[in-house]
Write a protein that binds this ligand. Structure first.
Ligand SMILES: [Fe+2]
Length: 134
């Protein structure tokens, strides 16, 4: 599946900006230094949705060998863990609407990328070790 980056509307980019700025007001005070540094390492910025193919994945490949794998939404557990075993992190491509800023029933692209991908820029442990420990 492709991200279809050119399909994002100005409203989508504004939703990303609003969510990004809200998080960045608090994260440096509350989140681990590793996570906050990871946001910068993967190149996430306020003014636009990250383009996985041209921005995020080239950086991740160099840093840790990980990639973001676009998916339509929630996927079966087996597919999810198979992607992780191959250093591919499944991320939705759809974004919540301005009316959904505070609550969503299903993780969207902001949740999947902003919430999870920064730590992949700092990955130093094999995913099989993490899975085995859980
Ligand atoms: Fe999550």
């Amino acid at each position: 599946m492709q991200q279809d980056f050119n399909n994002y509307s100005p409203s989508d980019h504004q939703v990303w900006r609003t969510l990004f700025e809200r998080q960045m007001e608090q994260l440096p005070l509350m989140a681990s230094k590793t996570y906050v540094e990871g946001i910068e390492k993967v190149g996430f910025v306020a003014n636009h949705i990250p383009n996985f193919e041209t921005e995020t994945n080239p950086r991740l490949r160099v840093l840790t060998g990980w990639e973001v794998e676009p998916v339509t939404g929630l996927i079966p557990e087996r597919d999810f863990f198979e992607l992780l075993a191959n250093k591919k992190f499944p991320a939705s491509t759809w974004l919540r609407t301005p009316e959904q800023l505070a609550y969503l029933e299903e993780p969207d692209m902001f949740h999947d990328t902003f919430g999870h991908v920064p730590l992949l820029a700092c990955w130093r442990i094999s995913p099989s070790v993490i899975l085995w420990q859980n």
